[in-house]
Design a protein. Sequence first.
Length: 256
Amino acid sequence: MFEVNSISIIGCGGNGSILAEALMSYLKGKQEDRDFSYPYIWFMDGDIVEEKNIRRQNFTIKDLGFYKCDVLRRRLGLEYNVYNLVGHIPFFLTDTGLSSQRVYNQNNQAIFLCVDNVEARLLVWKHLKDDKNVRNFIMFDLGNSDYYGQVTTYYQEYIRTVDKYLTLGADPRERYPNYSRPQERVVGCADRAAEVPQTITANYLTATYALNNFIQFMEKKTFYGSIEWATKEGMFATEADGLCNIEEAKELLTIP
């Protein structure tokens, strides 16, 4: 398993802003490990904080008018005393932007994809698979609606000894049909949350499952390819499948 040198949170709205705080808390605890090297953290989002965001996202009144990614960088960087190890990119995803931003050209990275539209997801996936400089990465793709959510995780590592790529987990482009049928974005998550209060809890659940999968990856070198949950009328159900063990898979790949 490769050592994670950088972590990118792409999309700092409902899922991303909630995940960011919990992730920084986990990394703070990891600093006690002697062999732990703190990764550089990137926050990326072209949105500014609006009043409608405060109800469901990890922002307050004093954040109004500022870029979401910059708010998280300043607040969490200072709070966890790692201000020199966090950066922000206040832009929306574009094909040319992906190629020019150094954050996407780094090896050994963990990416939390927290955007709310198919087009942005496809851009990130296309870049990661096409850029030959990006050999090692793990991608956590978060998505949810009012009463349903999922986290799909995909791992890629170049094994130099056999000149092969080890790939594990779930590719959401294959698992979810709507990835091949991009749709026009009609209503944003923040707008929907004002009408459906359950959406507020949906972000906390999705962010928690994503972080738990990341911690399992860091601590045990295992992760679930797919985690899905659903809740409605007081009922709650979750399903996790495709448990991936990186070390076992690597041994199988390198057997002559």
